[in-house]
Each structure stands twice: as structure tokens, then as C-alpha cells.
Design a protein around this ligand. Structure first.
Ligand code: FRU
Length: 729
């Protein structure tokens, strides 16, 4: 089993590598057997190749993030992956203390992935890692043996990796003799509740070992999550809506807990979420970008307009600050500016965690999952177990969804198949599914399927996006038709990929033919996995996109956010039709006070014309004609946005992008929230999302000019209202 995250996720986890545990580190009276901090294993005897040339500096290639070890290195037998085997045996040592304690992780096989204490050629104690199924955790856990009966005898420690399949490796660190009994890990610890309130509140400590937490209803397993449970002093509380089980017996079972852990005792049942009174008021809560009340979000999923509401489902870990336990969270908006979160719609099941996907309204009830009067809203998603398959859920009220009883609807093609985007193709009168499929040797493709009923799918064509570094297309494809310059006679199809790159071409209902490919989408940072809304009424006719905006919010009970809703258009440029990205007009409803200039000449060294207008949430609109050497600088809450006319370049906090002047003119729209800038330049041809955290008390707003004078034909500064806890107008 290759245990790896999608690249986007690895990146985020590495940026926030977890702190080491320090409970259990040596005291003066302890005898250290090995800390594995050296370059080699010293006088330990190595057989086989699983243990590599010496202790590993943490995570090895292709492995999930390893944490919980002490110092900078550990024993990690994932060298050359799970397939390698070997043993690592200590020299003889005298048992001088009552306990031997160590950190252990990896596979759970008492014979093949284990640590043994050997006395007189016999194994007298044995321990394993915690993992025996896909998923799991690479965190090392403290364990110990009572060896008081052997004090005075000679012994050896042996670390064994004789397993080659999934979890065929063992990780060990910091082996110690001690007289202080380390807290023991208890296995399968439970607490039961009769459900009488809406929520169970779970204590979370970011970076704590991930425990496997199973919820059973009347003894039957309902859902399993990997949770960084707080043994004491939680960083925050996650809530689980248990109202569906009112009156029934709910058992929370934890695979491993320290004997003195308070985690289970501290779980409470309440009718409102613990900490809920401060939802959306947290210091790093973006105020007009969507983020989830609790936990982690990544991709937007299932964007669809239905019964007067825009639906935003999203990749959600309700029980952790980092990626994991993928659910589909759910929020709706009537105006694309104010969002209301409803809780999780899809939870992991026997097919695996709920990965990304899309939604459509089945107006003709082709699926038979609704009626013509009440057409079903159909969610199509990846269930990322082993195998990884495509599946469907549906509902008619926009709130309650049932998973289809005959899931999956598309069997696994390769393990790297995911993120179905489904559209109704009017000319052929069929559904089309665009699915990312990684073929062997890292060949990136999208497979096109067609269907009459959303349930049975036939492969129609394969679009090849290249190999590895040269790739176009990686995860989360989207496909849509756009008019060119709004001209009804001219339309093109656009195929987009997770990193924002896109192709423009034609699509005949089965095959996409690219006229231009690998066109750059956004030009900023932290934008990923965007998707556009399905079923926006023809009378509106807009194509609206939301992307995942990777804005880490350290210290908050939530993490990451979405971009503002973006309107996409195709406009003619000298190079051919290109995407134009602008914020949707609905965001104007968030403007509170505004100041506008229609003609303003600024000279180098002149006075800052927008002094004193700064607030926390800002929108700036500017259209200007720079001189040949003008550098126009907006300093917004300590962030720097600069246009250099000579270079025809925009600089956003040091990130430079080329933006050509058009007929000698430049235009900029700048949005500033608590965790980002979003900048739209050059008639929307350049979109620069940029994670950025202004200091809370810095509301400075400066416009200055150097080089040559500049004519502002229009300058607007708007202070914006928070979109949270204010009613939809
Ligand atoms: C993109 C992605 C998708 C996958 C999802 C899992 O960020 O890797 O390909 O479905 O995230 O959360």
C-alpha cells in the first residue's frame, strides 16, 4: 500500500509540521538504551534492507507524514517502501530499571511488525504499531513494558519488519529504562450516552496523536474518524450532530487512550455547539470569504443553484484542524455574499472517505430519484476507499440527502481516479461526467463518460493531459461552455484543472478537442481545485466559480477558506479567447461607506489621497493612465500592491506578475480580508489571489506614486461589512 496524500495536502501538512511530544523523555535516573539520533545504528545489528543505512530523518519517500518521534531522527523501516524487510537488534544490556518505555508506530502485527524484548533467546515482551487497515496514522505513540521481574538479567531489544503488504513497516524511537511508570495506553476504551441533545462536543488538541474514534449506535458501527483527541486542556471543541439518533444509545469507542486521559469524560451533550457564541468572530476569520465554523476545508464540491439557493458543499474535516476524515460540508447562500452553514451532508462510509465531486439538478428526473414536480438534486462524488469508486447521493429538499443504494456508479479505473464533474449536455440530451484518472507512469488524463440516467455510465473518450512535470490536468477537472465576448454566435468549451490551468476548445458530447491548452489560470498563490456552479438559470447566464483559498489560520478552531465567487467570461485577446475573472457583482451589497474620485492626478511625492479611509475590510477599484516610468503603490494594511508601468508588472507582496497596459490604461480591483488579498487586473485577464494576514490593528491605507505622474480616471475606496451574522439583504 502506498500511503500518500494528494500533493496539495502534503504541502499544507508540511508547512504546519506538528510539535514533538515531550512527556516520557529521559530524567536523570533513567537509562537511555537508544535515541537513534546518529547517522548510523552504531552497534545495533542490522539484517535486510528495511531499516536503511541509519535512522531516518522523519518521513520517507511516499510515506504519510510521520510525527511524534523525539529529536530529528527515528527507526523507520519504510526504507524502499513497505516491500522491504529486515531486523534491527541491540547489543546485550542489563535490565536495571522497572520499566522499558519507547515510542512506536507503523503496522500492527505481533510477529511481523513488532518490537521484542529477548532474554535467553526467548521473547518475553512484545509490542506493535497501531495500524492494520488503510488510512490510519504515522504518529508514534509512547508504550512501555513492566520488566521488574527481569531486573539484573541481560536482554536485547529486537525491532522486526518481516511484513511486505499494507502497513508493512515499523517505526521506533527513544528506548529508555525507567523507574517511573509511564502512563499506559488502554485499548478500545468506551463511553456511552443516551442521546437527548443535538450535539456531542469532542475535545481536540492540534498535533496530539490521532485516535481512531468509532461511533456506534445501539452497538452498530456508524462512522469512524481519526481524531487528535485532547487528553486534557483542548485547543477547541469539535461538534458532531447526533440529532438523528435521539433517544438511542450512542457509544464512542477510542482505539487507544492513555490511562489518565480525560478525553472521553470531557465529551458533553448540548443543544448548541460549545464555543458557538463566537462563530465567525474569531480573530483570523475571513469576513467575506466562506470558511467552515469548525475544522478543515479544502475543495469546493457540488456547486449548484437549486430552489433559489446557491449550494456550496466542500471537503471538510469536522474533527481536525488538518486534512482528514473527508466529509462533504454544506452551506447555502441566496446572494453569493452571505452564507449559512448547515452541517455535514456526506460522511465516510464502507466505500471510504468522501472525496471531491459535483452536483446537478435532474430536472427531467432521468434518475428516477425524485419526481418531475420535485426534481432531485444529485451529488456525484468519489468514495476514496480501496477500491476508489464514484458514487451518488440525492435529495429533493436541498437539505437531506440519501446515498444511492446501488453505489458505486463507476467502478475503479485506477486507484488515482477521482473528482467527477457532471454536466447536462443539451445537444446530445445526455449527462457527461468528466473524471480525473491517473494512468500508470503518472499519465494524467480525464476520462469522459456519458449517461442517460446519472446511474449507468459509458466511457466515451479520454483526454490526455501529459506526463508528470509536463502535465496539464491534475485533479478536479471542470468543463463548461462560454460565449466569446458575450456573442451568442460564438461559443467555446473550457476544460479546467485543479491548479487553475485551462484549455479552450470544442466539445461534441463525447470528445473534447483543445485549440489551446495549458493556459495559466490565476497568477497568484494558494488557489486550488476550483469548480463552477451548475444550473444557474439561463436568464442569468453567468458562469460562477469558487476555488479553495489556502489560507492557514494557526491557532483558530478552523482552517482554510474559499475564494469569493468569481464570474468567468471568455474574451478575445490577440492570443485567442482567454478567461476573464471578476468578483461577482453581488459583493457590492457588502459595501458600507464609499469614496469615489472620477479624475485625480497624482504626482511623485504628493500627498496620500486616501489617508484615513482604511478599515479592516477594504475594496479598492482603480482605473489609471500611468506615465512611462510611473510606479503606483497601494499599501493596504501593511501589504504592498504595486504597478510598475515601465515593466508592465504587478507586484503583490513581492510576487510579480506581468500585466500589460491596454491602450495605455491599467485597472485594478483589490479585495482585502483578514487572511487574503484577491486582486483583479488588466480587465480581469490577471487574477491574483494571495494569502496574507494583515496585523489586526493596522488599518493603514496609502496610495503613492513615484517615477512619473499618473492620471486616475476613477478611484473608489469602499469599506466592507462582514458577511457573517448580518442578514441577507
Ligand atoms: C484536491 C483533492 C482532490 C480530492 C480531494 C480530497 O485538493 O486532492 O483530488 O478529491 O482533494 O480531499
Amino acid at each position: 500500500m502506498k500511503l500518500c496524500f494528494p500533493t496539495s495536502i502534503v504541502m499544507v501538512l508540511l508547512i504546519h509540521s506538528l510539535p514533538c511530544l515531550h512527556a516520557g523523555q529521559a530524567t536523570e535516573d533513567d537509562v537511555l538504551i537508544a535515541d537513534f539520533e546518529g547517522e548510523t545504528y552504531g552497534d545495533w545489528v542490522v539484517t535486510g534492507d528495511a531499516f536503511g543505512p541509519g535512522p531516518a530523518r522523519g518521513t520517507l519517500a511516499g510515506q504519510m507524514h510521520v510525527d511524534g518521534f523525539f529529536g530529528t531522527a527515528l527507526v523507520n523501516s519504510f526504507f524502499h517502501g513497505d516491500g522491504s524487510v529486515g531486523t534491527l537488534t541491540s547489543p546485550e544490556f542489563k535490565i536495571e530499571r522497572r520499566f522499558i518505555s519507547f515510542l512506536i508506530g507503523g503496522g500492527m502485527d505481533a510477529e511481523k511488525t513488532c518490537v521484542n524484548l529477548i532474554i535467553d533467546g526467548k521473547t518475553v515482551r512484545n509490542a506493535t504499531g497501531p495500524n492494520d487497515a488503510a488510512g490510519g496514522s504515522e504518529a508514534l505513540l509512547m508504550t512501555s513494558w513492566d520488566v521488574s521481574q527481569f531486573v539484573g538479567q541481560m536482554a536485547q531489544m529486537q525491532i522486526v519488519d518481516q511484513a511486505t503488504g499494507g502497513w508493512g513497516h515499523i517505526n521506533v524511537d527513544h528506548i529508555l529504562q525507567t523507574n517511573q511508570k509511564p502512563p499506559q495506553l488502554r485499548t478500545d476504551v468506551e463511553r456511552s450516552f443516551t442521546i437527548s441533545k443535538r450535539f456531542l462536543n469532542l475535545p481536540i488538541k492540534n498535533g496530539a496523536p490521532r485516535r481512531k474514534v468509532t461511533v456506534l449506535i445501539d452497538g452498530v458501527r456508524e462512522v469512524v474518524n481519526d481524531i487528535e483527541l485532547a487528553d486534557a486542556n483542548p485547543d477547541w471543541w469539535a461538534f458532531m450532530d447526533v440529532s438523528a439518533w435521539t433517544g438511542r444509545k450512542l457509544t464512542v469507542k477510542v482505539d487507544r487512550l492513555l490511562e489518565d486521559s480525560q478525553a472521553l469524560q470531557s465529551i458533553t451533550q448540548t443543544d448548541s455547539e460549545v464555543g458557538g457564541q463566537s462563530f465567525y468572530q474569531e480573530p483570523l476569520r475571513a469576513q467575506f470569504h466562506f470558511s467552515s465554523r469548525r475544522g478543515w476545508n479544502n475543495d469546493p464540491n457540488g456547486l449548484v443553484f437549486f430552489n433559489g439557493e446557491y449550494h456550496l458543499f466542500y471537503q471538510h474535516n469536522p474533527y481536525g484542524w488538518s486534512w482528514g476524515n473527508m466529509h462533504w460540508g454544506h452551506a447555502t447562500s441566496r446572494d453569493l455574499a452571505h452564507w449559512q452553514e448547515h452541517g455535514d451532508t456526506l460522511a465516510p462510509d464502507q466505500f471510504g472517505p468522501m472525496f471531491s465531486g459535483s452536483a446537478v439538478v435532474d430536472w427531467k428526473n432521468t434518475s428516477g430519484l425524485g419526481t418531475l414536480e420535485k426534481p432531485p438534486l444529485v451529488l456525484l462524488y468519489t468514495a476514496a476507499g480501496n477500491p476508489t469508486v464514484q458514487a451518488l447521493a440525492s435529495g429533493v429538499d436541498g437539505r437531506n440527502f440519501q446515498k444511492y443504494e446501488s453505489n458505486p456508479i463507476v467502478p475503479q479505473i485506477t486507484g488515482g481516479n477521482r473528482d467527477p464533474k457532471v454536466i447536462w449536455h443539451e445537444p446530445s440530451g445526455r449527462w457527461v461526467m468528466v473524471l480525473y484518472v491517473e494512468l500508470p507512469e503518472k499519465k494524467h488524463t480525464v476520462h469522459f463518460f456519458t449517461s442517460a440516467n446519472l446511474k449507468e455510465w459509458t466511457l466515451a473518450s479520454i483526454f490526455e493531459g501529459g506526463v508528470d512535470a509536463d502535465k496539464f490536468l491534475f485533479e478536479c477537472p471542470d468543463l463548461f461552455e462560454l460565449l466569446v465576448d458575450g456573442d451568442k454566435a460564438k461559443a467555446k468549451w473550457v476544460l479546467t484543472a485543479a491548479d487553475g490551468q485551462y484549455a479552450v476548445g470544442t466539445f461534441d458530447g463525447t470528445t473534447f478537442t483543445a485549440e489551446a491548452t495549458r493556459l495559466p489560470g490565476h497568477r497568484g498563490r494558494g488557489f486550488y481545485a476550483a469548480q463552477t456552479f451548475s444550473d444557474i438559470p439561463k436568464s442569468d447566464g453567468r458562469r460562477i466559480q469558487i476555488g479553495w483559498l489556502q489560507t492557514p489560520t494557526v491557532g483558530m478552531p478552523f482552517n482554510q477558506a474559499m475564494t469569493v465567487p468569481l464570474e468567468l467570461q471568455l474574451i478575445t485577446t490577440p492570443d485567442g479567447p482567454r478567461l476573464r475573472t471578476t468578483p461577482v457583482r453581488e459583493l457590492k451589497s457588502l459595501r458600507s461607506s464609499s469614496q469615489t474620485w472620477t479624475s485625480l492626478k497624482l504626482v511623485p511625492g504628493g500627498k496620500n489621497p486616501i489617508e484615513g479611509l482604511g478599515t479592516e475590510l477594504i475594496e479598492v477599484q482603480a482605473e489609471f493612465r500611468p506615465g512611462k516610468n510611473t510606479v503606483a503603490t497601494f499599501q493596504i494594511r501593511g501589504g504592498l500592491i504595486q504597478y510598475d508601468a515601465a515593466k508592465q508588472e504587478l507586484d503583490v507582496n513581492g510576487h510579480r506578475v506581468s500585466v500589460p497596459l491596454q491602450d495605455g490604461k491599467m485597472d485594478l480591483t483589490i479585495l482585502c480580508d483578514r487572511t487574503c488579498f484577491e486582486i483583479f487586473a488588466g480587465n480581469g485577464l490577471v487574477y491574483v489571489p494571495m494569502p496574507f494576514q494583515p496585523k489586526a490593528d493596522d488599518v493603514s491605507l496609502i496610495l503613492n506614486v513615484s517615477g512619473d505622474a499618473v492620471d486616475f480616471e476613477r478611484l473608489e475606496v469602499h469599506s466592507l461589512k462582514s458577511a457573517w451574522n448580518t442578514p441577507t439583504p
